[in-house]
Design a protein around this ligand. Structure first.
Ligand code: ZN
Length: 204
């Protein structure tokens, strides 16, 4: 499995292109906007991009969804609880940036659902708190944590549907029960591990 991190969109969110090198089938997590790096990575590695997986619906994570879908035909994946955010530019805050971004997901996933992409087995873990329908995606020893868990920090809870007690509960019960050596790829800032955050995260 290959993971390439790229900062995309006006707020430079961490997007991740992930693919299985045997089948070239892959997915992208949170495309924040148009990015030549996304195009280039797909082309250079001949990636068959099957899914656009959204950890949640905030404006900085969704700006590239329509473009990536148009270019690759990939299907959009999200949770039921996040649909109102995907479909409402006030709630997803794109209206605040003078651009209305709305779309509907093609595939709805639930807590602990799995999905096979090439030889990769994905596990969806619902982690509400930063938003109502936020989720993390685990593949082998990699966890894409969106804005739920950051290096030594956690996501904001002052946006629509946010709740700090819910966020802390999600992290404690759903993420800190994973193996210590699981590497965390967050929506902002650098990578970390579950073990490091269990020891050092001041918010949990
Ligand atoms: Zn967010």
């Amino acid at each position: 499995m290959k993971i390439v991190k790229m900062a995309t969109g006006p707020l430079q969110v961490n997007s991740y292109m992930v693919w299985d090198e045997e089948t070239n089938k892959g997915f992208i997590v949170d495309p924040g906007g148009y990015s030549p790096k996304i195009e280039q990575t797909i082309k250079e590695n001949n990636i068959d991009l099957e899914y656009i997986i959204l950890t949640h619906g905030h404006v900085d994570h969704i700006g590239g969804v329509e473009w990536v879908k148009a270019v690759t035909g990939a299907k959009i994946v999200g949770t039921e609880e996040e649909v109102e955010m995907f479909e409402n530019s006030r709630i997803n805050m794109s209206a605040d940036f003078g651009e209305s971004i709305t779309f509907s997901p093609d595939v709805i996933v639930d807590d602990m659902d799995t999905m096979k992409i090439g030889n990769m087995e994905l596990l969806f873990i619902k982690t509400p708190g930063h938003s109502k329908g936020g989720m993390c995606i685990k593949v082998d020893k990699a966890l894409f944590s969106g804005d739920t868990l950051f290096h030594s920090s956690v996501g904001r809870t002052d946006f629509y549907g946010g709740s700090m007690p819910t966020l802390v509960k999600s992290i404690k019960e759903k993420l800190f029960t994973l193996d210590d050596d699981v590497k965390v790829f967050p929506g902002h800032m650098g990578t970390t591990t579950i073990g490091y955050e269990k020891e050092h995260n001041p918010f949990v």
